[in-house]
Design a protein around this ligand. Structure first.
Ligand code: ZN
Length: 125
């Protein structure tokens, strides 16, 4: 049952407006089986890992896209993040669902090892 927040009357779940007063029921209070995808795009994304540079970001983007892991690359240069990640070093961060964290960290480690072995410096030790 849905309880009207305005008048308190109980209505059947499938009704979209209160039968007593006509108030529309929002989707926020009552979770339904049909999930509104558009509102879930970013809200649960968390910072998973930092990115050292743009090359690393592009490699990660390619790997995660190939594995169909939903993610967002956020560059520190993005003005929308001013004040939010200013203390961070490097190029930016990967945002993704918590459930993808381990897979993303593993992929990032692979990429870092590949790029470090190709470079003149070895930071592993
Ligand atoms: Zn009502």
């Amino acid at each position: 049952m849905k309880t009207c927040t305005y008048c308190g009357r109980e209505n059947e779940d499938r009704t979209t407006t209160c039968q007593e007063c006509g108030t529309e029921f929002g989707r926020d209070s009552a979770p339904t089986t049909e999930s509104p995808m558009e509102s879930e795009n970013t809200e649960r994304f968390e910072k998973i890992a930092g990115l050292d540079n743009e090359v690393q970001a592009e490699l990660m983007d390619a790997v995660l896209t190939e594995r169909k892991i939903r993610h967002i690359m956020q560059s520190y240069h993005d003005s929308a993040l001013d004040g939010l990640f200013q203390a961070g070093k490097g190029w930016g961060v990967i945002l993704a669902h918590e459930s993808s964290r381990q897979e993303i960290l593993t992929a990032l480690e692979d990429i870092r090892q590949q790029s470090s072995s190709a470079g003149p410096e070895d930071n592993n030790t």
